[in-house]
Design a protein around this ligand. Structure first.
Ligand code: NDP
Length: 337
């Protein structure tokens, strides 16, 4: 059983030295436990936060010496649990390892899916985040302008496509010309700007002549600076994430933008709302699955995956995610069946 454990807490950008591949025995399931074989491992930005000692508001830090946590699609290899059979495909949280035990509490049976990795992306947590954040908090109306960064990523690509379905004008921001071309040509965005361009603020102003009604916040940093002056009266800002700051080590704290942010929220009556997707499964997941199943099946929403082969490549792929090297929903293919 190979597993990748956290050996030191990253200072700023994680390095391969913070993570170690280990070999351990394959565990034996006890009473009411199942043994899982990981097929796909989801890599997501929140894992960076769980590498810090403080963890997050919704999950504790990964203990040193333990496998990094992560959502997985797994095959049940052996079961001593009444609800699960060997051979079944399940969604769970086995983390960065080949095999894991579960008491079944965190498992969802998937049935047979032609593309099981979709349960980690286009039909799973990231797309659900896009759905709730955009529709429930952002509430785009036909003709309004929606802006989203990390625009070709797991969340951003779905935000933009749902906003188009709702009749909005969508401006994406992404890292590089290839991603921007994909956002416009494949995903149907009206425009997409390269976040590495020094003139991003001017270009965004030009691309949003009527201002911005919904800014779906994924990144923070320089993108937020470019967006803030363009927000319209009564703009909505679902605050989903701020990946540009996940590697901040506190030493180079950004210049303080808080006064400008507060003034804009007040004067423009902006609603800026944070949300953690875990709070919304009970009330909104069924509607999401009904809509998303249909949109993906009909081709109205396209899902691009960035599949990397081999558990041993999870560290470099994860470090790349924090630098924008992924192109689409990043998943590790750990095993074929
Ligand atoms: P992505 O698939 O979009 O991958 C991350 C992307 O972030 C990179 O590809 C890169 O895209 C972009 N990025 C990286 N560094 C920077 C930077 N310094 N400045 C701007 N952009 C950067 O990830 P996800 O779609 O999974 O996640 C997107 C956001 O949603 C994250 O902030 C994540 O934490 C958040 N999230 C929040 C949830 C919640 O419950 N609130 C649930 C799920 C996700 P590019 O190079 O193209 O700019």
């Amino acid at each position: 059983n190979r597993r990748i454990v956290l050996v030191s807490r990253p200072q700023g950008q994680p390095t391969p030295h913070d993570l170690r591949l280990e070999e351990t025995a394959i565990p034996e399931p006890g009473d009411r436990q199942v043994l899982l074989r990981t097929l796909y491992l989801s890599l997501d930005p929140y894992m960076r936060n769980l590498m810090d000692e403080r963890g997050t508001s919704y999950a504790p830090a990964v203990p040193l010496g333990e496998p990094v946590v992560g959502g997985t699609v797994s095959r049940v290899v052996a079961s001593k649990h009444p609800q699960f059979r060997a051979g079944e495909l399940v969604l769970g949280n086995a983390g960065w390892q080949d095999y894991a035990l579960s008491d079944g509490e965190d498992l969802t049976a998937l049935g047979e899916m032609p593309q099981p990795s979709l349960a980690l992306g286009g039909l799973g947590m990231p797309a659900f985040t896009a759905y709730v954040g955009l529709l429930d908090i952002g509430q785009p109306k036909p003709g309004e302008t929606v802006v989203v960064a990390a625009a070709t990523g797991a969340v951003g690509a779905v935000v933009g496509q749902i906003a188009k379905l709702k009749g909005a004008r969508v401006v994406g921001i992404a890292g590089g010309a290839d991603k921007c071309r994909h956002a416009v040509d494949e995903l149907g965005f009206d425009a997409c700007l390269d976040r590495h361009d020094e003139r991003l603020a001017e270009q965004l102003a030009a691309a949003c002549p009527d201002g911005i009604d919904v800014y779906f916040e994924n990144v923070g940093g320089a993108v937020f600076d470019a967006v803030l002056p363009l927000l319209n009266l009564h703009a909505r800002v679902p605050v989903c994430g701020f990946i540009a700051h996940y590697n901040d080590d506190g030493v180079h704290a950004d210049t303080d933008r808080l006064p400008a942010v507060t003034a804009a929220i007040l004067q423009k009556r902006i609603r800026m709302q944070g949300f953690i997707i875990l709070d919304h499964y009970a009330t909104r997941f069924a509607a999401f699955r009904r809509d998303m199943d249909e949109w993906i099946a009909s081709g109205r929403v396209k899902v691009r995956e960035d599949v990397v082969d081999g558990l041993e490549r999870a560290p470099e792929a994860f470090i790349g995610l924090l630098q924008g090297r992924n192109f689409g929903k990043l998943v590790i293919r750990v095993a074929d069946h």
